[in-house]
Design a binder for this molecule. Sequence first.
Ligand code: ADP
Ligand code: MG
Length: 357
Amino acid sequence: MRPMKRISALFLLLALLPLAACSAAEKAPQPAEPKGMVYYTYFDTVSYVYDYTGDSAERFEDRSAEVSSILLKYHQLFDIYHEYSGIVNLCTLNKNAGGEPLEADPELIAFLLYAKEMYELTNGEMNVMLGAVLRLWHECREAAGEDPENASIPDESALREAARHTDIALLEIDEEKGTVRIADPDASIDVGALGKGYATERAAEYLESVGAEGYVLNIGGNIRCIGDRPDKSGWATAIRNPDQAAESYSCRIRIRDCSCVTSGVYERYFTVDGVRYHHIIDRDTLFPADYYLSLTVITRDSALADTLSTALFCMPWEEGASLVESLGGVEALWIFPDGSERSTPGFADLIEEEPES
Ligand code: ADP
Ligand code: MG
């Protein structure tokens, strides 16, 4: 295993910037810092748009405003806790579970069709209809946050009962009529596994359509690079060491024109009797998946990267590695509970060696 390196908390927040600033590419004529940077708060997390090309202030403002409006639209469509006037969102669909089909925004329908496709692709490991089970874990996590002393995990029989309402076929989509219905009143949608990545990709699509290059989106940790840095050196980013306090990393990599998404046990969790329970649930055990500490996926499409980061997390390595190989254009890093790592051959090529300090 590689030795763990120390980094600052700020670095973790702005994963791309300081590494870029101290990289070997410093010698190149391009400035290391982005010329434009703006942040927004969507999906309960902070999102950044960086421009490394030095677009005029006006153009950066226009482009980032459009990125913001795309993110806002999906933030509202994907919200399972709040409704917004004039739109049918996931909260509306969940409330209406068992009722009549509802007319929904074509963009929400396109997303739900994609989510079904991803269910097939991942052999059901990533299932947006797992809402009933995820809700039980979510409630315990929230309660633990308020009162850690009395934290508890969901009752196993309640989990098993909830699991009876998670069939992907319960999500009924009528493309022609433009309607969606959840066919069971006890079933619900949860798109935590891929919603952010999907929205990120739509924003990236927009930037590409207007010819933007040298932009980076960091949407709550989902990184999407649009093109390359102007000096063609790629962007440096780090993969956090999942086993340590927040200030160290496992390796750093250089990426361009792609997404980098990590799912990890350290992201959202609560503790009961000294045992940590994180937020990625294995549909077989109905408990947090315990194959890995973290899983990183690099591929162009951010929605696929997000989907796979969650799905591979729930698969034994052999199965995950063969899925990744069959897809092509996907690199991954698996970090196991004992700290050991495996990666695709192409992932190893992205790793940047650091001079010993
Ligand atoms: P994050 O945005 O926190 O990095 P991930 O991409 O790792 O999230 O996905 C975790 C989220 O996905 C959970 O918080 C939950 O909402 C949802 N989820 C957990 N397990 C599954 C699963 N097996 N299938 C589909 N969604 C899941
Ligand atoms: Mg994910």
